[in-house]
Design a binder for this molecule. Sequence first.
Ligand SMILES: *Cc1c(COP(=O)(O)O)cnc(C)c1O
Length: 389
Amino acid sequence: MTPPIPPTVPLMDLVAQHAEVADEVRAGVEDVMRRAAFVGGPEVRAFEEAYAQFVGARHCIGVANGTDALELALRAVGVGPGDEVVLPANTFVATAEAVSRIGAVPRPVDVDDERLLLDAEAVAAAVGPRTRAIVPVHLFGRVVPMEPVEAVAAAHGLRVVEDAAQAQGAHRAGRSAGALGDAAATSFYPGKNLGAAGDAGAVTTGDEEVAARVRLLAAHGSPRKYVHDVVGMNSRLDTVQAVVLSAKLRRLARWNELRREASRRYDALLADVAGVRLSPGDPEATDVQHLYVVRVPHRDRVWASLREAGVEAGVHYPTPVHLTGAYRHLGLGPGSFPVAERAAGEILSLPLFPQITEAQQERVAACLARALRDVGAASGSSAAAVAAR
Ligand SMILES: *Cc1c(COP(=O)(O)O)cnc(C)c1O
């Protein structure tokens, strides 16, 4: 008889997450179905109000997904065709896509080597006559230090739109991600810290005019039935998704705390593993560990070795925006943004979710240590050399 195969450690566990809200969601969804009230309604309003309060923003507008949220937020603050928008080179491609869909031009810049977040000096250097806005991305649940970004924005009259898709509940220096700029976009894609049962997103803002503009643009440019003032789009938060999101929002603060606990446990487990480079925390920030990202030498071989050992890791993201096929036309070849490019070859996202167990984390750490020893031995190179540089 073959021995039992040990279960894999998943990158995230949405089944375990759903189990915590299943009864509440079932009752709420059945109610929506019974009334056949699929669009709008009190469920959407209730979620928007609860999320606005959670973020500490005056307004929240639910939309169809995070990419729409970015596009709508950018348009609402005045970004139009031909404008340039500065954003980090290492982000999910949607950050740039939203800019392109407006007919504006994404202007990627390099990031800081420690936290891999937008570098304000690089932003300042990229500002030109066509620059209209900056998009700080709170990547991995790490909050971008906003003061220097705000200083650049103020000096050049630029708008700031946060990409807060990975930072629901994160805060820094007493202010919440999602309430740090002129507007913010977030995504409730199922794998985010707050995830729907499908696609959903939201714009948050403290600016009443921006909020009204987002609502107008998201609803076919229609301030009231049969009237269409501008060319808008159709981007709605579905009622069923609002039910799911409200149920999960009530657990989000605790889930984020569990992510931070798990993250601290990894920090301890990996502290002495040769070759692993951990990200330093920001003493001013309370991150939400959307992803637990380490840097390792020979990343692809380490990644494959983990997979063979039943540990599902990820890479977010293997190709910086400027090196994707979609953005080749920007003409920014390899070497344009050395920090982001080098990091793209070293980063590895380890399994992390609120329900992860200590035993699972110990197994991940042990497998990672073994993988690093193996690749180090095979190549004859010192893993510590990468860690130290
Ligand atoms: C998920 C994500 C988006 C896009 O959100 P969708 O809901 O998938 O459209 C944008 N930016 C970042 C950083 C993301 O992680």
